[in-house]
Design a protein. Structure first.
Length: 374
């Protein structure tokens, strides 16, 4: 067994009893109902995350410790992104024209209570590892797919040998231009980022990693070191953060997170609205809260620290970008804009496009085919 596997096996917290012993039983008054919540979805907190919890209900605790709120299902949907409907063969979700999602691992180092794939993750039977052949064949046959995203669960919880077997098979498909790995391991289990892993991954370029950090405290020295090793292996890294109530729904916290990610050579890629998942509704904020955060980033800090803010549309519509409104008014003549400080500026439209065109000799222009006239 490798060191990281041993660390995960021996030092994780995986029962409510162990939690109560560590943090005090007074924080778990309704143990019977809590047990119900814990049984609804796999429960494990990896050692690095256990170490980060400073007090009950802090931003780290909220992400991993089960709560009875999970039992309140109001608007929540089990498969909120309708991924199973877009799954032509087991383990593949093909929703966009030129890229596909490939679920390669059913397990994670820590289980986020807000997980979109609660219905599958943690259960090896629901993300079957024995059925990769049909997934590989699908990717081979669909030549329009040029970008494959390995996800799960967490792909980096596979051992190097299995991971390399998958990468080798994918790289043998000529139309797959880029390979992406979605992994929260740099945050959850930095021990997993070994020199051997980095040396292996760099043989499969162009390979990208999108990681997942939600709070500035998560960028511990160990996490930053692991991210640096991946960056040194030439792997471009993005971060997919989820906007979560009581974790990062605060412009100052989010700004610091984006800045710390850049320091660790990770480019913020997406901030997601929390999905409308059954069992995770207590994490949701209003869309306005997210827009406010984006307004607090644009102009106020490096453009590099500004990811796209997206909502993955319920029902399977895919990711839709959301932007604060910077256009005050727009006509054929001019667009009135506001900047990040709220000051207004006018951009004059090119006269050709304005529909009001006066020629030098004072004659009206002849209408040209294919042009709209006012
Ligand atoms: C998010 C996602 C992708 C990748 O989308 P990008 O915008 O290219 O990062 C691909 N497939 C599915 C099903 C997804 O949910």
């Amino acid at each position: 067994m490798e060191t990281w596997q041993e660390v995960l096996k021996t030092n994780s917290i995986r029962s409510l009893e162990a939690l109560a012993t560590k943090f005090g039983p007074e924080h778990f008054p309704d143990l019977d109902r809590l047990r119900q919540a814990a049984e609804n979805f796999e429960f494990r907190i990896s050692p690095a995350m256990v170490d980060l919890i400073k007090s009950p209900d802090d931003p780290i605790w909220r992400q991993y410790v089960p709560t009875v709120d999970e039992l309140d299902v109001v608007d929540g949907i089990v498969d909120s992104l309708n991924e199973d409907a877009d799954s032509p063969v087991p383990n593949i979700t093909h929703r966009y024209p030129d890229r596909a999602l490939f679920l390669v691992s059913p397990v994670c180092a820590s289980y986020c209570r807000f997980c979109t794939r609660r219905r599958k993750v943690g259960d090896p039977e629901k993300i079957p590892m024995s059925q990769f052949e049909s997934a590989f064949q699908y990717l081979e046959q669909h030549t329009e797919i040029r970008d494959v995203i390995m996800s799960g669960g967490d792909p980096l919880l596979l051992n190097d040998r299995r991971l390399e077997a998958i990468l080798t098979r994918l790289r043998a498909i000529p139309h797959l231009e880029i390979i992406r790995i979605g992994s929260r391991v740099p945050c959850h289990l930095p021990e997993r980022i070994t020199p051997e892993l980095c040396a292996m991954l760099k043989r499969y370029h162009p390979l990208f990693i999108n990681t997942h950090f939600n709070h500035p405290d998560e960028l511990t020295p160990a996490a930053v070191k692991g991210l640096g090793m991946l960056a040194d292996a030439g792997i471009p890294m993005g971060c997919q953060t989820v906007l979560l109530k009581g974790v990062n729904d605060d412009p100052a916290v989010m700004k610091l997170l984006m800045q710390r990610l850049l320091m660790a050579r990770v480019r913020p890629y997406y901030i997601y609205m929390a999905d409308q998942v059954a069992g995770a509704e207590h994490f949701r904020t209003s869309i306005q809260a997210g827009i406010k955060i984006m307004e607090a980033l644009r102009g106020w800090t490096s453009g590099l620290a500004n990811p796209y803010f997206v909502i993955d549309a319920p029902g399977g519509g895919g990711k839709i970008p959301l932007l604060p409104e910077y256009v005050v008014s727009m006509s054929d003549e001019e667009v009135v804009l506001r900047n990040f400080r709220g000051q207004q500026y006018v951009y004059r439209q090119p006269r050709e496009e304005a529909g009001v065109i006066t020629l030098k000799n004072g004659r009206k222009p002849r209408s040209r085919p294919g042009r709209k006239t006012a």
